[in-house]
Design a protein. Structure first.
Length: 131
């Protein structure tokens, strides 16, 4: 009976954070390459952008999602709001504003490996999809 209960609880919980092709997922995190862009003009939602904002572009996360981005090479971590769509370069999972790239310490390199984790999740499933 205990085994059946464990299977009934664990399988649905694990299914929400199943590994997606093209992205490493652990505890509902996504790892991959981040780049930065000079964020000016308007977002996909039409809001005005400024390079000094802590904002990022992601292909699938809902606009307004708050994401913790950790650089895997130096351990620095920042929090950004998903406010735009992208990145459009193959193999990248997130584009960061210039200010976010500066705080992460990756602007000189242009591209770095990062881990993305959604802030304030309640365990309702993993929203990351294959990029």
């Amino acid at each position: 009976m205990r085994t059946l209960w464990l299977a009934a609880v664990a399988v649905p919980l694990l299914a929400g954070c199943a590994r997606q092709p093209g992205a490493v997922q652990a505890s509902c995190a996504q790892e991959g390459l981040a780049s930065w862009y000079y964020a000016v003009g308007r977002t996909a939602a039409g809001e005005k952008l400024h390079a000094q904002e802590m904002i990022a572009a992601h292909r699938t996360l809902p606009l307004g999602t708050i994401v913790r981005v950790t650089a895997l090479d130096n351990g620095r971590s920042i929090v950004v709001r998903i406010g735009d769509r992208g990145p459009f370069a193959k193999g990248r999972i997130i584009d960061l504003s210039r200010a976010a790239a500066d705080q992460l310490g990756m602007r000189g390199e242009g591209v770095t490996r990062v881990r993305l984790e959604i802030e304030g999740t309640t365990g309702t499933g993993c929203p990351f999809t294959a990029a």
